[in-house]
Write a protein that binds this ligand. Sequence first.
Ligand code: SF4
Ligand code: MG
Length: 330
Amino acid sequence: MTALLEVADLTRAFTVRLPGGLFGRTAALKAVDGVSFEVKAGRTLGVVGESGCGKSTTAKLVLGMIPATSGSIRFEGQAVGSVHNGTWRAQRRQMQMIYQDPLAALDRRLTLAEQIGEPMAIHGLGGAKAERREKVRELMDAVGLRTDMAERYPHEISGGQRQRVVIARALSLEPKLLVCDEPVSALDVSIAAQVVNLFQDLQERLGVGYLFISHDLKVVRQVSHEVAVMYLGRIVERGAPDVLFHRPAHPYTRALVAAVPTPKRRKQRERLILTGDPPSPVDVPRGCAFHPRCPFAIKVCGEVTPQLQPGDDGRLVACHVVHGEMKAAA
Ligand code: SF4
Ligand code: MG
């Protein structure tokens, strides 16, 4: 299957001023550190991790909203430009972003029809006004909004309906990739479930690919064809959702999975509780960044950064202990 988006060894460092730095001491914060993945056409890569792990920065990098420090991002085989060059505008039309807060993404002064039609007008698409109005109706229909709501304003509709407007607007440019950053986190559970179903339904009908970022493992498991788990800027495990969530290998993935509340856990299986906050990205621990919180850490974990390597069931995992056990078993 064609890779729509190919990201290789992507790194983004920020320079931050250290608190109390009398002498202007600064430090390099690697928000994203050597991240590689692909999104295939019509497929979903889910990205999970705690807040501050670099998920949103990855989204912004992919869309060329901020420049990378190093690494490459290719969309349909072409390097993704930055805001400052010509290819960016054309590429950007094919890649749209869905944010967590639909109200912030919408213009309060425009009716729903105007919001949805605006990107087409800006890009000179959708034909004459009457044609565009028809296209807006089709889009409203596609995202499950009644067309008699067209003249309403964002504050007159519910949060779930607003997110549908945002999705219709993004789809108006017929993108091939949607980058969704916590797209249902602001919604009530039942409304979130409906919007998740809409995402899946649209993918089936339109073949759009998703980079789907969420801290909600259940949602990610439902929508994703592949999942990447991020910890402090790095991907620590990547693989099929059933493999990762049913039999997580990396101690951090295991802790995330164990933390998901389930109505009845069959037996109180080994529960890994995440203790402490994630360390500050300004002061990433040496070796494996997870080692201060990891119950399995051994000496090498504090010294050498584990690299992503093939594990069982087609997964990739970055953990000294997991790879040591695999070697021992082989
Ligand atoms: Fe834990 Fe070591 Fe594996 Fe890191 S490399 S997750 S510290 S066992
Ligand atoms: Mg975020």
